[in-house]
Design a protein around this ligand. Structure first.
Ligand SMILES: [Zn+2]
Length: 306
């Protein structure tokens, strides 16, 4: 069978040379964890949707020849996380239309306890009911955070319908993973300009910018010293698949400088390579052992602790 990755419209570092897509019995990063004193990995950016929604999402990935390494049922996927020693991970999902976020949150709440190690995250949409179902997700469901996706949701972070929810999340220091960057697909409301406005309005908001804000990694990183609760996740940045832009080398020193404000993220299961690939790449970067340990483990563990 021809590898669909040959047909990808997104670039690969070395065209035609791909990292393995199947897990090895002992993934190659496992022996390194001990060396770096990393007891297990915390992944701040993993996705889980109801199966029928997941299948629709996979259909879109198929249309752009974006291979899905873990096209499996939920329990098999959770076993793969465990095999890779990812023992804490988020349940990110998001809505692309009104009236969807609330039932996604209900679905996550009803199911997450079946997935060992999962940390429940919810989502919301700019709609009048958002504040109520977000508060319910926090206070009744005990969700640890939320996810927004500006390209898929086609919303402006500065929409007035968001205001009461952001105020509440800022006051309670609840993390929100936001896909606000232009990569892999630019949207009407993606990019640093919208994001800067949001941070100006809510300077204490605990935001984790997905994909380090690619393709504007340097611009997003500049905000880290100004906003102490702001951080970035490494999702799909230090990999051989260049869907999030070409700036990987430039971004390496930023990991060292901002090691307290960076989290490891993978985008599992929708990745066109095995989960060991981004972990191994991070562990092999020319940064200090302490930065590696913080990014892959300590920062996430602290964020998700009770
Ligand atoms: Zn994602």
């Amino acid at each position: 069978m021809t590898d669909s990755r040959f047909q990808s419209p997104f670039a690969w570092k070395t065209p035609g040379e791909f990292p393995p897509i199947l897990d090895e019995e002992v993934p190659p990063h496992i022996p390194l964890l001990e060396k770096y004193k990393i007891p297990y990995i915390v992944d701040i950016h993993t996705h889980i949707f109801p199966e029928h929604v997941m299948k629709l999402i996979w259909r879109w990935f198929d249309s752009v020849n974006w291979a899905i390494a873990y096209r499996q049922d939920a329990l098999e996927r959770m076993a793969a996380l465990k095999r890779n020693k990812v023992l804490q991970y988020t349940t990110l999902n998001y809505a692309h239309k009104p009236g969807m976020a609330s039932w996604l949150n209900d679905w996550t709440f009803e199911n997450f306890s079946r997935w060992e190690g999962s940390i429940p995250f919810g989502t919301f949409f700019p709609e009048p009911e958002a504040f109520d179902y977000v508060r319910k997700a926090v206070e009744e469901y005990q969700f640890k955070g939320f996810k927004l996706h500006c390209e898929v949701g086609r919303y402006d972070l500065n929409a007035k319908e968001f205001a009461p929810t952001f105020e509440y999340l800022e006051k309670n220091l609840i993390p929100i993973v936001i896909h606000t960057g232009n990569a892999p697909k630019k949207g009407k409301f993606t990019g640093i300009a919208f994001f800067k406005d949001l941070m100006q309005r809510y300077p204490k908001l605990k935001v984790i910018v997905a994909h380090m804000g690619a393709d504007e990694i340097l611009e997003y990183t500049k905000l880290l010293s100004r906003y102490e609760n702001l951080s970035l996740d490494t999702t799909m940045v230090f990999v051989d698949f260049l869907a999030t832009g070409m700036e990987t080398e430039q971004a390496v020193p930023l990991l060292e400088i901002h090691q307290d404000q960076i989290y490891f993220g993978s985008d599992f299961p929708n990745i066109p390579y095995n989960l060991s690939h981004p972990i191994l790449n991070l562990l092999n970067l020319p940064i200090t052992d302490s930065a590696k340990r913080k990014i892959l483990y300590e920062n996430g563990k602290r964020l998700l602790a009770d």
